[in-house]
Design a protein around this ligand. Structure first.
Ligand code: BTN
Length: 254
């Protein structure tokens, strides 16, 4: 068996013991012309970042803290789809390596038993009508125990080890993520987002549920009816209006 089973993703690896954030390094490398598929990995991050300007807790040696540079020929508004494509790839990698059954909470949270084990952050280098690079950040909690988490996230976070009762080999998981991500980005380029959308929906805990969505501007409550072809969430409020939501915090409404 070859060491790497991919043609593009992970062929160029940029590994660090400690970084501020693999996103920051990946942005710089992309600016300097690093090829699509380049992956930046670190044992720990001192300033790991999450969505909505939050920190990302990155315990040393315990997780996969990785940013992948992709260079798809797409319009910038298609970028959110890659968050969903990445989520599908990560779910299948976790399934393959651990036998656990993760679920996806829109847009980017991978959950095990209702707790977050992976977050995905997609950032863009683009102008009006073309994407130079997508920087896809994956933060995967692999081998943490409860005590390894920051008290602020202890209640809502989990790891593969905590859910599966055994440690996982991070390198095996990284290779599996590369393989699944390459398969699905190839599928996307050939057949568009439609087949990926079906896959994403099959793992989703959001669609078909009554949810509360906190956007930067308002709080909306209603039924999550689906995602659009752009990967944007559609929510139907009780007055029958359909809202498209680009970015929000989602919780199940009671
Ligand atoms: C989220 O759920 O808010 C997204 C979290 C993304 C975290 C990863 S860890 C690797 C990469 N580097 C960062 O600083 N953030 C992403």
């Amino acid at each position: 068996q070859p060491l790497l089973e991919t043609a593009v993703i992970g062929r160029n690896i940029n590994y660090h013991e400690t970084v501020t954030s693999t996103q920051i390094i990946a942005h710089q490398l992309a600016q300097d012309g690093a090829p699509g598929g380049t992956a930046v990995l670190a044992e720990t991050q001192t300033a790991g970042r999450g969505r909505l300007a939050r920190n990302w807790d990155s315990a040393a040696g315990k997780g996969i803290w990785m940013s992948i540079i992709l260079r798809p020929a797409i319009m910038p508004q298609r970028a959110p789809q890659f968050t969903l494509v990445t989520a599908v790839a990560v779910v299948q990698a976790i399934e393959e390596v651990t036998g656990l059954r993760p679920e996806i909470k829109w847009p980017n949270d991978v959950l095990l038993n209702g707790r977050k084990c992976t977050g995905i952050l997609t950032e863009l280098q683009a102008d009006m009508d073309s994407v130079q690079a997508l920087i896809i950040g994956i933060g995967l909690n692999a081998n943490q125990t409860q005590d390894d988490f920051d008290p602020a996230v202890r209640e809502v976070a989990t790891s593969l080890r905590m859910e599966g009762d055994k440690p996982v080999e991070r390198a095996v998981l990284v290779r599996s993520i590369f393989r699944h991500l390459e398969k699905y980005t190839d599928l996307y380029i050939e057949n568009g987002f439609a087949p990926l959308k079906v896959l994403w929906e099959s793992y989703s805990v959001t669609i078909g549920k009554r949810i509360r969505a906190r956007t930067a501007r308002e709080v909306l409550e209603g039924l999550a009816i689906g995602i659009t072809d752009d990967g944007v969430l559609e929510l139907k409020t009780d007055d029958g209006k359909i809202h498209t939501i680009y970015s929000a915090d989602i919780e199940l409404a009671t």
